[in-house]
Design a protein around this ligand. Structure first.
Ligand code: CP
Ligand code: NVA
Length: 303
C-alpha cells in the first residue's frame, strides 16, 4: 500500500484488515504495551497547510510508539510557502524520509505531491476527503454497533470532506443504507456517490432531516464552516441552522442511536451541548481511535 489519498485507494478487505490490526494494537496498549519497534529507523514527515490538533498529535504519537521518528512541518515554514514547486519538494523529501502525510487546502496538492514522490503519501485532510478520519470512524462504529451488517448511517449537515470519505468507507465495508440530509448546494461529491452506488450503497440525499434520520443506527455531523470556507461563514450559519443535531433530531432515530463527530465541535451550531454530553464517549473514542487506526496504517505502509 503506497498511498491513502482517497478512501477509495483501499478495498473493503484492506479496511477490515487495518481495523483488525488497529483493534489488537488498542488492546495491547490498554494492557500496558505502548512502545514497539516495528518502525525503528523510519521517518514520517507531516506537512500542514492548515491547523490540526488530533491529526498532528495522533500521527506524532503513533510514530513514536512504533519506534519511528516524525518531523512536523508547517507549509509556510517550508520553501513551499515562498513558491518552491511541489514537484521539486516531493523529489527532495523522498530522498530524506520514508513517508509523508499532508493536510492541504486543495485535494490536487496532495495528488500532485504523490505524482512526484517515490514514498507513500497519506491525506491528512483536503477539501475533498479525510480518509484517516474514516478509518477511525469505522473502527468506532464497529465497536459500538458490533459490526456493519444491516446498519443505517445518517449524515446531517454539510456534504463535505469528512462526509465524502465516510460514504466511501461505509460502501467499501458493505453498509448499504446511507442518508445525507443537507441544504441544496451542499451535497456530497457526485463521483463519491457514484462510486458508493457501484459498491451497492445507494446514498439517499435529501433536505428532509426526518427522512434521513428515521431508523438510523448512527447520526454523524461536522462543522458548518470547514477550514478554507471562513469567508462564507455568515451564509453557511444561516443555511445550516435547520440542520443542527439536537435532542429532537436524535429522538427521530433508533432509540440506541449513536451520534458521531470528527471534532473540532462548534457547540450550539451543528450540535447542541446536551447531545454532545450524551455522546461524549463515542466522540472521544473516535478521536482516540485515530491513534490506533493510523498505527495500523503506518505499519502496513512502512514495515
Ligand atoms: N478530526 C480532525 O482531523 O481533527 P484535527 O483538525 O484537530 O486534526
Ligand atoms: N470538515 C472539517 C473537518 C475538520 C477535521 C474541515 O475541513 O475543517
Amino acid at each position: 500500500m503506497d498511498r491513502l489519498i482517497s478512501i477509495f485507494d483501499l478495498t473493503g478487505r484492506d479496511i477490515e484488515e487495518l481495523l483488525d490490526s488497529a483493534t489488537s494494537l488498542k488492546k495491547e496498549r490498554a494492557n500496558g504495551l505502548k512502545k514497539r519497534n516495528d518502525l525503528e529507523g523510519k521517518v514520517l514527515a507531516l506537512i500542514f497547510e492548515k491547523p490540526s490538533t488530533r491529526t498532528r498529535i495522533s500521527f506524532e504519537v503513533a510514530m513514536f510508539e512504533l519506534g519511528g521518528e516524525v518531523t512536523s512541518l508547517n507549509w509556510n515554514e517550508l520553501q513551499l510557502g515562498r513558491g518552491e514547486r511541489i514537484k521539486e519538494t516531493a523529489k527532495v523529501m523522498s530522498a530524506y524520509i520514508d513517508a509523508v502525510m499532508i493536510r492541504a487546502y486543495a485535494h490536487g496538492t496532495i495528488e500532485d505531491f504523490a505524482r512526484y514522490a517515490s514514498i507513500p503519501v497519506i491525506n491528512g485532510l483536503s477539501d475533498r476527503e479525510h480518509p484517516c478520519q474514516t478509518l477511525a470512524d469505522l473502527m468506532t462504529i464497529k465497536e459500538y454497533r458490533n459490526g456493519f451488517e444491516g446498519i443505517k448511517v445518517a449524515w446531517i449537515g454539510d456534504g463535505n470532506n469528512v462526509c465524502n470519505s465516510l460514504i466511501g468507507g461505509c460502501a467499501l465495508v458493505g453498509i448499504e443504507r446511507f442518508s445525507v440530509a443537507c441544504p441544496r448546494g451542499y451535497e456530497p461529491d457526485v463521483q463519491v456517490l457514484k462510486r458508493a452506488e457501484s459498491l451497492g450503497c445507494k446514498v439517499h440525499v435529501t433536505d428532509d432531516i426526518e427522512a434521513a434520520v428515521t431508523d438510523a443506527d448512527v447520526i454523524y455531523t461536522d462543522v458548518w464552516v470547514s477550514m478554507g470556507a471562513e469567508t462564507e461563514r455568515a451564509r453557511r450559519v444561516r443555511v445550516f441552522r435547520p440542520y443542527q443535531v439536537n435532542e429532537r433530531v436524535v429522538e427521530m432515530a433508533k432509540e440506541d442511536v449513536i451520534v458521531m463527530h470528527c471534532m473540532p465541535v462548534h457547540v450550539g451550531e451543528e450540535i447542541t451541548e446536551a447531545v454532545l454530553n450524551r455522546e461524549e464517549d463515542v466522540i472521544l473514542t473516535q478521536a482516540e481511535n485515530r491513534l490506533h487506526a493510523q498505527k495500523a496504517l503506518l505499519m502496513r505502509m512502512l514495515k
